[in-house]
Design a protein around this ligand. Structure first.
Ligand code: PHE
Length: 452
């Protein structure tokens, strides 16, 4: 369960959710996201963990065994999606290493007086060599852990570090709430204005529900296979969903309080929302938080760790396909997949301004703030808004319709918490979740002008 929480909680919560909430102008977007978490995310989370636990296999094998050989294709799509996500996720994960290092320096030698986080971040992302080196370092870390296997080591580290991350977030939240922009921040996040929402934004909210919970590509199938027989699938799934959502909300409230408290920062952020995590936090640590000097480097270290537990699960999905289905040795599979994904990661690392061509090509889709372009943005858009929801749709059909309800009922009702009702779950996995996802995909294709 801890490993599953580690997979779910990551850059999706701390980096991505705050900036897409900003891009989509808050309120209504957050509400759609929360609705998607409950109506689509939770039922699929339970379904994925169940598939893994009953078959004791990873994505492709689990689908083949539980439902039928043809369903392996849903798992196969998941393997491809994991490949795509990891290639750009590694780039942002690399940023955490650099900010950890920078903060160490600031804590020891003093924080510059007239520090401008926006321009600072801007000149960092266009430095191609640094970008590639950082992504490479993070990929090397990920490959090392996957070669060693997700054994006791990673579990023990997760148990110690996740609560530490949580502790720091609570402290930051406390300071952020005393800032003068806190009220405006909470209003922005929680007061919905549906006039602001477009179909593209709805798809992004649903896509992000999949992304942040690591759903739609079989990562949770793999972790479900590690659960012990007597452990409840529903309790584990419910806990992961609740924790993940809480952390995203807290992180967003912190960052927006900082932004709304310093008008200069909000204009800097508007130029590159993607760097929000790296622009707001130094401002908070070095000016407002007690013991901020001590906590700043620790914070980025923990964010890097949260990213690592997610990159591990991404590489594990890709590598375990070759290990389980193709008989490749774990070591060879992890290093080989890591190397190929890194080649694509290099393109992503150079597409935030370092290389003009990669940063503007392909310009194929409309974001909420106009046309988005570049390899990095395109792969992110493709994976979280399209591949994960489509994979998730396949999973709902597999778990709700193709799997016998006798099998799913027995597994889900074992030691289930009191709030769980099998009938309600079945209704959501059979009708609500697939119809919602399908409707949104169709509307975006018809009216969303998602691709230009
Ligand atoms: N859920 C992770 C995050 O929020 C990202 C992820 C997606 C990990 C899909 C595994 C699979 O950062």
């Amino acid at each position: 369960m801890l490993a599953a929480a580690g997979s779910a909680i990551g850059l999706g919560n701390l980096w991505k959710f705050p900036f897409i909430t900003w891009d989509n102008r808050g309120g209504a977007f957050v509400l759609v996201y929360l609705a998607a978490i409950v109506a689509v995310g939770l039922p699929i989370m339970i379904a994925e963990i169940m598939l893994g636990k009953t078959t004791q296999k990873s994505a492709v094998g689990a689908m083949r065994e539980a439902i039928g050989p043809r369903w392996g294709i849903v798992g196969g799509l998941g393997v491809f999606t994991g490949f795509v996500i990891l290639s750009y996720y590694t780039v942002v994960a690399g940023w955490t290493l650099r900010y950890f290092w920078k903060c160490l320096g600031w804590s020891l030698n003093g924080f510059p007086d007239a520090f401008e986080p926006g321009p600072h971040f801007g000149s960092f992302v266009v430095d191609g060599t640094t970008q590639v080196l950082l992504a490479g370092a993070f990929m090397a870390l990920t490959v090392t852990v996957v070669v060693l296997g997700i054994g006791r080591g990673i579990e023990r580290v997760t148990r110690a570090l996740m609560p530490a991350l949580f502790g720091i977030l609570i402290l930051l939240f406390g300071s952020a709430m005393t800032m003068q922009g806190a009220g405006e921040a909470l209003g922005f996040i929680f007061r919905p204005d549906f006039a602001e929402l477009e179909w593209g934004g709805v798809l992004e909210a649903v896509g992000h529900a999949f992304f942040t919970l690591s759903l739609g590509m079989g990562a949770m199938i793999t972790y479900g296979s590690y659960l012990q027989k007597k452990e409840s699938v529903v309790a584990a799934g419910g806990m992961v969903v609740a924790l993940d959502t809480l952390i995203a909300m807290v992180a967003t409230a912190i960052m927006f309080s900082v932004i709304f408290s310093s008008p200069g920062l909000s204009t800097q952020i508007s130029k590159s929302t993607a760097g929000m995590l790296f622009m707001t936090m130094p401002a908070l640590f070095y000016t407002a938080v007690p013991f901020g000097k001590l906590l700043a480097p620790l914070f980025y270290l923990l964010v890097g760790f949260a990213a690592l537990t997610s990159t591990i699960s991404l590489l594990e999905v890709v590598a375990s396909y070759f290990i389980d289905q193709r008989g490749v040795k774990r070591r060879t599979a992890a290093i080989g997949c890591g190397a190929v994904i890194f080649a694509v990661a290099v393109l992503c690392a150079l597409s935030n301004g370092a290389h003009a061509g990669l940063s503007s090509w392909p310009a194929i889709f409309h974001g909420p703030t106009g046309i988005k372009a570049g390899v990095f943005n395109t792969l992110d858009h493709l994976a979280s808004n399209w591949l994960l929801p489509i994979g998730g749709l396949g999973l709902t059909l597999a778990a709700g319709w193709a799997l016998s309800s006798k099998a799913s009922r027995a597994e889900l009702e074992r030691n289930a918490p009191r709030w769980f009702s099998y009938g309600v779950w079945l209704f959501f996995i059979r009708f609500v979740a697939p119809i919602a996802v399908l409707t949104i995909l169709v509307f975006v294709i018809a009216f969303g002008r998602d691709f230009s």
